[in-house]
Design a protein around this ligand. Structure first.
Ligand code: IMP
Ligand code: MG
Length: 171
């Protein structure tokens, strides 16, 4: 399958510098923990944290959605083996893309239940016109049209994550 470039490496790098500056300003003097959602946000995590020049901790959580064969709903399964203790900490939840919003909304509630002092969200990409759960990311990199994108961490069947840019996967 072909990948048509949508956002190039330079654009991503420049945008992450801007986001890093804003996050830095917003969290100065606060106990920041960035919790990244595996696997899609790995590349963004590595690049974003190097643009945030204040003390911070990093934790990981894996979230996978399964569409039930018999039910109409989608179940989100969490693996928290590498999740940090967030009690009393200001948490910034990082995901690769906001699509329906289910993953982020579920994880925000979960982190609050675990005692986080505050929970904000940052996504590299925000897909327009797909959201079903009302959640506004506090920071986002780029708005994108309703297309299936890969690269810079995002996958199709676990492939394409290593592409250094974001592109639309064409049939
Ligand atoms: P949500 O819970 O529907 O917002 O889905 C978010 C998750 O779905 C992301 O963490 C991605 O793993 C995946 N996803 C949604 N749209 C895309 C896409 O266009 N390409 C690759 N993965 C996607
Ligand atoms: Mg994901």
């Amino acid at each position: 399958m072909a990948v048509t470039p949508l956002i190039n490496e330079t654009e991503i790098r420049e945008r992450l510098v801007e986001l890093g500056r804003r996050i830095e300003a917003d969290y100065t003097g606060r106990p920041l923990t960035i919790v990244a959602v595996l696997t899609g946000s790995l590349v963004a995590l590595a690049d974003l944290i190097r643009q945030i020049h204040i003390p911070l901790r990093v934790g990981l959580v894996q979230a996978s959605s399964y569409r039930g064969a018999t039910t109409s709903g989608t179940t989100l399964v969490l693996n928290e083996t590498f999740a940090p203790d967030v009690a009393g900490r200001d948490v910034l939840l990082l995901d690769d893309i906001l699509d329906t919003g289910r993953t982020l909304a579920t994880l925000v509630e979960h982190l609050k239940d675990r005692g986080a002092a505050s929970v904000r969200t940052v996504v590299l990409l925000r897909k327009v016109g797909r959201q079903v759960v009302p959640i506004e990311p506090d920071y986002h990199g780029f708005l994108i049209p309703d297309a299936f994108v890969v690269g810079y961490g995002l996958d199709y069947n676990d492939e394409y994550r290593h592409l250094p840019f974001v592109g639309v996967l064409e049939e």
